[in-house]
Design a protein around this ligand. Structure first.
Ligand SMILES: C[C@H](O)[C@H](O)[C@@H](O)C(=O)CO
Ligand SMILES: [Mn+2]
Length: 417
C-alpha cells in the first residue's frame, strides 16, 4: 500500500473519530504498550523437545501442512520471523517441554531453570519477556488424572513437576526483571460417568495448596478452567466453578481460554464477573469451532467482545494477553500473524469505542441512541487506524505480509524434510 494513501486515510479517520470524542493517536499509543504473549506451541503442533511425540491428554492438533519446527533452532527462527512482521511488544509463552535439554532426556520431575537459561538469554537479546506453563500432558504418567490422582506416587510426580515449574518461572521473572506468568492447566477428567467427582476435586485442591506453598516473588501463577477434553468428555476436574472458586479463595489469576466454555456461552461476560473476585486474568485467545478446536484467532465477535469488556470495565491492566491455538492445516507462521493481528485489531477497536458518549446515553436512559451509536461504531474507519499503526512501526500493512510468508515457506519451512 502506498504510504501517502495510508497517511491520508489515517488523517480522515482521525477526524471522524475525534468528532465522537475519540483520540486515535492515544489509542495507537496504548496498543504500542500492550504486550501479547505468543504461544511457542503453534510453531511445532505442541510437540516440544522432550520426546518428540504428538500431543495427547485432552488436546490434539489436526492437519499436516509442511514445515513444522522440529527443534529449538527452527522454533526460534520462526518466532524471529513472526515478530519481524508484527508491531507492538511481544512476549513468548513456553511450555516446560520446550526446554533446552541439550539432547538429554530430562523427565518432568527433574527440570530446572538451567534448562531454560538459553531461552532467557535468547529472549533478553530481543527485548522479549517470557511466560511459562507446567506440562501435564503427553507423558506416560499423564493418564486421565495427574494432580488429582488418588495414586500418591503419580500425584507426587506431578506436584514435584509443578513446583519445579514455578521455580523456573521465578528464575525467568528475576532474569527479565518482570514477573513471569505461569499457567497451570491439567487435563484431568473422565471419559465417562464417574461417581468420584468430589474426591478428585478435593485431591486437586490439596495438590494445588501444596504447590502454592512456596513464596516466589518474581512469578505469578494462574489456573486454567476447561469444559472438557478429547477423551475426557464426561467430567473435568478443573471446571470453571472449581477454578473460579479456587482463584477467588486464594487470590490467584484465573486463566480464561475463549475455547473452554459452552458454545452458546458469551465468554466476555465472564470478564466483569471474575474480575470482582480474582486479582487478574490470563487470557488464552483462541477460536472454538463447535468445541475447543483451537482454530486460529480471528477478528470476530467473541474476540472483539472480550477486549471491549476489559476496556469498558477499565481493567485492561489486570489482564495478561496470550494466544492459544494450534492449527497444523495452514502455514504455521502465517497463523501467528493472523491470530496476533486479530487480537490487536480487537484491542484497537475497543480503544476506539466512543465510550464517553455511549455512557452518557446510557446514563440518560437514551437507549435508542446507545444502540444506534454501537451500530455506527462498527463501520467507522477502524482499518485505516490499524494500517497506520503497522505502517508507523515499519511492518507490512494489510495483506502485504502474505508474500512475506510465502517467501519464508520457499526459503525456509518447505525445505524442512
Ligand atoms: C498447550 C496449552 O497449554 C493448552 O492449549 C491449554 O492451555 C488448553 O487450553 C487446553 O485446552
Ligand atoms: Mn488454553
Amino acid at each position: 500500500m502506498k504510504s501517502e494513501n495510508i497517511e491520508k486515510a489515517y488523517a480522515l479517520a482521525k477526524e471522524r473519530y475525534a468528532a465522537l470524542g475519540v483520540n486515535t493517536d492515544k489509542a495507537i499509543e496504548t496498543l504500542e504498550k500492550t504486550p501479547i504473549s505468543l504461544h511457542c506451541w503453534q510453531a511445532d503442533d505442541v510437540v516440544g523437545f522432550e520426546r518428540n511425540v504428538a500431543a495427547s491428554g485432552g488436546i490434539m492438533t489436526t492437519g499436516n501442512f509442511p514445515g513444522r519446527a522440529r527443534n529449538i533452532d527452527e522454533l526460534r527462527q520462526d518466532i524471529d520471523k513472526a515478530t519481524s512482521l508484527l508491531a507492538g511488544p511481544m512476549r513468548l509463552n513456553l511450555h516446560e517441554t520446550y526446554g533446552d535439554f541439550g539432547g538429554a532426556f530430562v523427565d518432568r520431575d527433574q527440570c530446572g531453570p538451567e534448562h531454560f537459561q538459553s531461552w532467557m538469554e535468547w529472549a533478553k537479546e530481543r527485548g522479549m519477556k517470557l511466560d511459562f506453563n507446567s506440562t501435564s500432558f503427553s507423558h506416560p504418567n499423564s493418564g486421565t488424572l495427574s494432580l488429582s490422582n488418588p495414586d500418591k506416587a503419580v500425584r507426587d510426580f506431578w506436584i514435584e513437576h509443578t513446583k519445579r515449574c514455578r521455580r523456573i518461572a521465578d528464575a525467568m521473572g528475576a532474569y527479565q526483571g518482570d514477573p513471569c506468568i505461569m499457567n497451570i492447566w491439567v487435563h484431568d477428567g473422565s471419559k465417562d460417568y464417574t461417581v468420584e467427582k468430589y474426591r478428585y476435586r478435593q485431591i486437586f485442591k490439596e495438590s494445588l495448596d501444596e504447590i502454592m506453598k512456596e513464596d516466589l516473588p518474581n512469578m505469578k501463577t494462574c489456573l486454567e478452567a476447561k469444559l472438557f477434553g478429547i477423551g475426557l468428555e464426561a467430567y473435568t476436574v478443573g471446571s470453571h466453578d472449581f477454578v473460579a472458586g479456587y482463584c477467588a479463595q486464594n487470590k490467584m489469576i484465573y486463566t480464561l481460554d475463549t475455547g473452554h466454555y459452552e458454545p452458546t456461552e458469551n465468554v466476555s461476560d465472564a470478564v466483569s464477573a471474575l474480575l470482582l473476585f480474582v486479582p487478574e486474568l490470563m487470557l488464552h485467545v483462541s477460536r472454538p469451532m463447535h468445541w475447543d478446536s483451537d482454530h486460529v484467532t480471528c477478528f470476530d465477535d467473541n474476540t472483539r467482545n472480550l477486549f471491549s469488556e476489559l476496556v469498558r470495565a477499565g481493567q485492561l491492566h489486570r489482564a495478561h494477553i496470550g494466544l492459544d491455538y494450534f492449527d497444523a492445516s495452514i502455514d504455521r507462521l502465517g497463523a501467528y500473524i493472523i491470530g496476533t493481528r486479530a487480537t490487536q485489531k480487537s484491542l484497537l477497536s475497543a480503544f476506539l469505542e466512543p465510550l464517553d458518549l455511549l455512557r452518557q446515553y446510557e446514563d440518560e436512559g437514551k437507549h435508542f441512541e446507545r444502540l444506534a451509536l454501537l451500530e455506527e461504531a462498527k463501520t467507522l474507519p477502524f482499518g485505516a487506524v490499524y494500517d497506520y499503526f503497522n505502517y508507523k512501526n515499519n511492518v507490512p500493512v494489510g495483506q502485504d505480509y502474505i508474500p512475506e510468508i510465502e517467501r519464508y515457506e520457499q526459503e525456509v519451512t518447505f525445505k524442512r524434510a
